[in-house]
Design a protein around this ligand. Sequence first.
Ligand code: PLV
Length: 330
Amino acid sequence: MESSLAERAKGGPFHMVTPLLESWALSQVAGTTVLLKCENVQPAGSFKVRGIGHFCQEFANRARRAPFCSRTGGNAGIAAAYCARKLGVPATIVLPEGASQRVVRRLQGEGAEVQLSGKVWDEANLRAQELAKRDGWVNVPPFDHPLIWEGHASLVRELKAALGSPPGALVLAVGGGGLLAGVSAGLAEVGWQHVPIVAVETRGAHCFHAAVEAGRLVTLSNITSVAKCLGAKTVAARALECTQEFKVLSAVVEDSEAVKAVQRFLDDERMLVEPACGAALAAVYSGLLGRLQAEGRLGPSLASVVVIVCGGNSISSQELQALKAQLGLG
Ligand code: PLV
């Protein structure tokens, strides 16, 4: 007999416990122990499967037999398509026009239907909401939902289990702010709410930084950064709220710093990640951590720094070459 959706949902969770690796090369640069939380090895290629897997499982448990529908800069859609395949339900993924062909093929490989709509994430989002409403589908939100944050929080439980005592700081990238909100929830859960979070964006995708500076949500008029997966025009309200409850240090790096970080990380650790993740790595490689320490915003001697290597599928050796050429990095 065919298993029910709820039974298949019990086969989860869909994410894996990821390695926490000490990086000799990044530790040399930072002058303190740098630990890499390797979300790049998750199924579907990024941390996104934590939150989205949890969201999809919760819905499946409630036996809503609706197909999934997601809109995304790439990785959230791949995670949603992956979870839908595991659950045996159809998925339609809406991407902005100009999305990479490789990502489209990857989604189709997961069995999803792909629709292209709008120029940036927010426009694809409107189309996905329309579809969800019209056809009664479950709209899988990439970052702005409590179940997504609950799912991402598992990352911090793993850190607690591996480290025992809290790190000196945590570094992560911010797009729509789901990872930030989820990690914050996790920190509160394990009693580590005092750990500073360095929240990095690239210039041109800096909706969180703009909101922090203005003290209210800000909508960017356009996404100009090459880190398209950080390209939400407005950050989730919860991410901004987190700055009141946690020690969040918002920072912006240049595209060139993010892309250089991708190249250096590839050479240092033999792992290829996309510029969205390069933004977090640039906190170490570009000396941002040192500057925050010099400004007294981070303590002078950090026991260790955990960098969340969020991963990402929107990169290949060819794309990295093209990005470097585009930014004049040779
Ligand atoms: N990317 C989302 C949202 O885009 C997406 O649809 O794929 N690192 C990587 C590799 C990512 O893919 C993302 C988000 C982030 C970091 C940032 O995570 P967030 O959105 O939870 O802050 C707009």
